[in-house]
Every structure is written in C-alpha cells, then in structure tokens.
Design a protein. Structure first.
Length: 244
C-alpha cells in the first residue's frame, strides 16, 4: 500500500536555483575521455527500439526536491536509460523498480519514470549517483568515480536538509562514504561494511541505509524483491518521522 507523507518541505527558491546552476555545469563535463566516448557513441548508434529518440548523451544530473531530507545514491546512468532520457534512473527497469518503491512509500507522485517530461515529481527525496556518465558494461573505473565525486559533493553542499541516505549497491555505498571523507566528515575505520538493510549513523549526523541495487541481475534472480526494497524505504520513513 502506498504511504502518503503528511507534509512535504517547502521548496526553497534559492536551493532550486542553486541546483539549476549546478546542473548546467555538470552536464557540460568532459573530464573522463573513456566515458565521453562511450556515452556519445551510444547516443549516436542507439538501439533499434529507441531509434526515433534523440539521446541525451551527456552527464546526467541528480533529480528531486531541492529541500529533500532523503538522498538516494545509485551507481551510474544506464546506456539506454538515463543516457537516453537525461534523467537519472529513467527509461529502464532499474528505474521502474526504484520509482515504484518511492511511489509506494509516498516519496513520488507516480510509479512510472519514462522521460524528463512525464510529470514525475519527488517529495522530500533527491536521487543521484556516484558516476554521471553511462560507463561501458555498467562499470565505471575507480578513477572515474573519484573524478566524478565533485558532483556528488556539490549536491551534498546544496541539499542542506538531508537526514537519511539510501545507497543502492556496494559501489554507491563505498562512493558515498568516500564523499563524506572528502567533505571533511569523519568516517569510522574500518568503514561500515555494505549489506542489504544495513544501517549506520555517521558522525555527520546522517543515517546511511544500504540496499541491493535494483539491477535486472538482482531483481530477475530474486536477490532483491519488491518487499525487500519497500522495507528499506519504510525504515527511511521511520527515521524521518522520528523527533530530531
């Protein structure tokens, strides 16, 4: 059953304008030659089922409410998903799983995520990734993730009301903790290990929840089920609704 949030935070025009300016810079990035070549080649060659699309073919910015208290961090745009549509987790099955779960939890106004003008709106949530360009074989290199970290850091600086972070997959989990260190926040050593449903309260005050990534490899095999993903966002609700 879909939950309805009792209220959404008021949208700050300053936060919205800041994210808009930040998005303009992000989408012009050409720092990683391998990723630039791949994203642009895929956008030119396309696939038969999307031959009538004009692909985005650029870095994909985060998406959501500028005053969000929940941040969802994924791995990278899919070659024929976000790299095609220009919106993170949009146009592929991973996005259907994620936004479906966010809708059932009351963080999204609809379950479908098809293209940038499909009417999807997030409430109290923002979706991002540790890499912003579609990588070959869905695997950005450690250097590419480190190079792209500036954009996750930029969003963390602009999303000033964050309280909970949901990391989708081990790479996103590790990438977020690396971003915490990069912005001067202490992270325990050894670092909190990844595990589905794992929960850590970080020294920065943020709570980190981890989930298996809703990739087809995980969902087709039953490693991740919808009830498993729903429980992660139910816990997110409990944390956000708690005093303080």
């Amino acid at each position: 059953m879909r939950r309805t949030r009792s209220s959404s935070p008021p949208e700050s025009s300053a936060a919205s304008e800041g994210l808009g300016r930040f998005e303009e810079r992000l989408t012009r990035c050409r720092l990683c030659p391998r990723l630039v070549e791949h994203r642009e080649r895929v956008a030119h060659e396309k696939v038969a089922r999307f031959r009538d699309w004009t692909y985005w073919g650029r870095p994909v910015p985060g998406f959501g409410h500028p005053d969000a208290r929940l941040l969802v961090v994924g791995l990278a745009p899919a070659a024929h998903g976000g790299n095609r549509t220009g919106r993170i987790f949009t146009g592929d099955e991973s996005g259907n799983w994620l936004y479906g779960a966010l809708h059932r939890a009351g963080f999204a106004n609809q379950a479908s995520s098809v293209h940038r003008a499909d009417g999807l709106r997030l409430r109290d949530a923002f979706v991002s990734a540790v890499a912003r360009c579609a990588p070959p074989a869905n695997r950005p290199t450690p250097l590419e993730i480190a190079t792209c970290r500036r954009y996750l850091l930029g969003e963390l600086g602009l999303l000033t009301r964050l309280r909970v972070v949901v990391a989708l997959g081990k790479v996103a989990h590790d990438g977020f903790l690396a971003a915490e260190r990069a912005r001067g926040q202490p992270v325990p050593r050894p670092a909190p290990p990844f595990g589905h449903g794992a929960e850590y309260r970080l020294p920065s005050g943020l709570v980190l929840l981890s989930s298996y990534h809703p990739s087809q490899q995980n969902t087709f095999t039953g490693k991740l089920t919808r009830p498993m993903l729903d429980r992660v966002f139910a816990r997110t609700h409990a944390l956000l609704d708690a005093p303080g």
